[in-house]
Design a protein. Structure first.
Lengths: 161, 169
């Protein structure tokens, strides 16, 4: 295990609500309020200079329904780290990482499309993979699997097949 | 000033000077061998489209080897790959820009029926948006399947009516 992983795990033990290793990769479970400061510290002091992915997991039964997941990478140490935050369905807001990482913009827009997570501070949350007028968020568990929202009206007789 | 001899055209031979046929057969015969395709290529079937366009399969035998990248110059719209709902307006626009007569080939499982993309993103078959003349199955189709599809389409063109002046002629 890389030294930086140890260092981070110990350094953020007080901030994170949980830290553990998953397949050799450090996972920090953070409260929403601590996220922005934690990422800023990871970038400035621990060399995590690359944002790889922003995504979410939908747990429909849980009170804090959405788990937003960030993956960071250190090009100095060649180490990855995963950050997780839980938010409620009524208030799916997390801070945007756009001020820290340029790549956050498109990744957050995709996550906003698919899960409806609102990234506070992202200057442009227009649809990126979906289109204007699309209702709902298709990767939420309550989106009907077969529901289509066509932009072009179907030809007569083709819908009933 | 020398005397010029004007060459006299030889008298026409009596064989094969005139041909009688049905208008639809003649026009159909001409049209079935000039299927200039417009490749609307969106996904992995493109690889198989490249294979079928390559020399060993020689689609020029069917007059279908010369892709036109303007829909206005093409006769056969080959929809190669998955069409998403976001892309559907583009496909419809391309189809509407093509001049009559025009034919559409759904190339592969996704263009035919959506394939395994039965979800919010993909159109479950391009025939929901535009009329399709020939469906080529396969994921992706083998070049032989595509050639079979082209030949079946040719047969249909040869057998169909081709009004060129009015709807009756």
């Amino acid at each position: 295990m890389a030294a930086v992983t140890n260092l981070v795990q110990q350094g953020f033990a007080s901030v994170a609500s949980d830290t553990y290793l998953s397949h050799g990769m450090l996972v920090l479970v953070l409260p929403r309020e601590a996220l922005a400061a934690t990422v800023a510290t990871l970038k400035a002091e621990h060399g995590f200079d690359m944002l790889l992915d922003v995504t979410a997991v939908d747990w429909p039964e849980d009170a804090l329904r959405f788990e937003v997941v960030w993956h960071l990478f250190s090009t100095r140490d060649l180490v990855r780290i995963r950050l997780k935050t839980r938010v409620a369905a009524q208030d799916p807001v997390v801070p945007s990482l756009c001020p820290l990482y340029g790549s956050a913009d498109f990744l957050e827009r995709e996550c906003h499309d698919m899960y409806g997570i609102v990234f506070e501070g992202n200057p442009d949350l227009r649809p990126i993979l979906l289109y204007e007028g699309f209702e709902g968020h298709p990767l939420r568990k309550d989106y009907p699997k077969q529901r289509e929202q066509p932009l072009v009206p179907y030809r007569a007789g083709e819908l009933e097949r | 000033m020398g005397e010029r001899t004007i060459p006299i055209r030889p008298a026409p031979s009596q064989t094969f000077e005139y041909l009688s046929t049905r208008k639809d057969e003649l026009v159909g015969w001409a049209r079935k061998f000039s299927l200039f395709p417009y490749p609307f290529v969106t996904a992995c079937c493109a690889m198989e489209f490249m294979a079928v366009s390559s020399t060993p399969y020689d689609t020029d035998r069917f007059g279908a080897a010369l892709p036109r990248f303007s829909p206005r110059q093409s006769d056969l719209l080959m929809v190669v790959g998955t069409v998403t709902h976001k892309q559907a307006p583009i496909l419809l626009k391309v189809y509407e820009q093509m001049c009559e007569p025009k034919w559409v080939m759904a190339f592969g499982a996704c263009a035919t029926s959506g394939g395994f993309y039965q979800n919010y993103a993909a159109v479950a078959g391009i025939d929901r948006i535009i009329p399709v003349d020939i469906y080529v199955p396969g994921c992706p189709p083998r070049p032989e399947t595509v050639i079979d599809g082209i030949m079946r389409l040719q047969d249909r063109i040869a057998r169909s009516r081709h009004p060129i002046v009015t709807k009756d002629f």
